[in-house]
Design a protein around this ligand. Structure first.
Ligand SMILES: *Cc1c(COP(=O)(O)O)cnc(C)c1O
Length: 227
């Protein structure tokens, strides 16, 4: 049990140090603990250690955990591929969706978001390396989708998310993150006020922070290997 608490302490320090070395403030990067395929006990321990944001990538698994843990201090983020027939469940249980990549999905989330829950925070997932195995819009499509989403009620477009191809070299890891940051700059120049770059995981969060990440999504380094 000590392990998750200890991992969290180390990662928070590492995130703060990386941000400061990049000339950023230590609290400008939020840690999203990716709890997919991890037991409830590990999430409860992380919450006791002060962790407040958790990410799940399967709708039913996420809702089961949200319902059972029922901790109002926790903010739940959906980070997986979202099929249109599961939008209602997500709109009713999560506070964030990082993986919007179709206007149809965004429209359904907007229609199905219960008003009393407040706006659903959304990011557009960009398939930065144009991989067939991954979801996400192209760089070219992102701007049009962003412009359409900001018009939808009960959604708040927060920014952009990516899941780049695996690269081991730090400089190579920075490239797709830099392009996502530049796309965020373009959106702001076009009058679309985004404030979030959801980028960086256990193996590439340093490169992501150097390039301006505001949310790093970290699973293995917090919880250990998934079951
Ligand atoms: C699993 C997952 C992560 C976390 O990956 P780790 O390598 O375990 O840190 C981050 N983002 C998404 C979208 C994921 O599915």
């Amino acid at each position: 049990m000590i392990r998750v608490t200890e991992n969290l302490r180390k990662i928070r320090n590492l995130l703060a140090e990386t941000a400061e070395n990049a000339g950023r403030s230590r609290d400008s990067v939020k840690l999203l603990a990716v709890s997919k395929k991890q037991p409830i006990s590990a999430i409860v321990e992380a919450a006791s250690a002060g962790q407040r944001d958790f990410g799940e990538n399967q709708v039913q698994e996420g809702i089961d955990k949200i319902t059972e843990i029922a901790d109002p201090r926790i903010t739940w983020h959906f980070i997986g591929h979202l099929q249109t027939n599961k939008t209602r469940a997500v709109a009713e249980h999560f506070a964030w969706v990082h993986s919007v990549d179709r206007l149809k999905t965004a429209r359904r989330l907007s229609d199905q978001r219960p008003a009393e829950l407040g706006d659903l925070n959304v990011c557009i997932q960009v398939n930065v390396d144009e991989e067939a195995s991954k979801s996400g819009v192209s760089f070219g499509e992102a701007r049009e989708l962003a412009a359409a989403i900001v018009e939808l009620p009960r959604l708040r477009l927060r920014g952009l998310m990516c899941l780049p191809a695996v690269r081991s070299d730090h400089e190579a890891q920075r490239r797709p993150f830099r392009r996502l940051r530049e796309l965020g700059d373009d959106l702001r120049d076009a009058g679309i006020p985004v404030d979030t770059l959801s980028m960086g995981m256990s193996d590439d969060f340093r490169a992501a922070i150097v390039e301006g990440s505001t949310i790093v999504r970290i699973g293995t380094a917090v919880f250990g290997p998934r079951s």
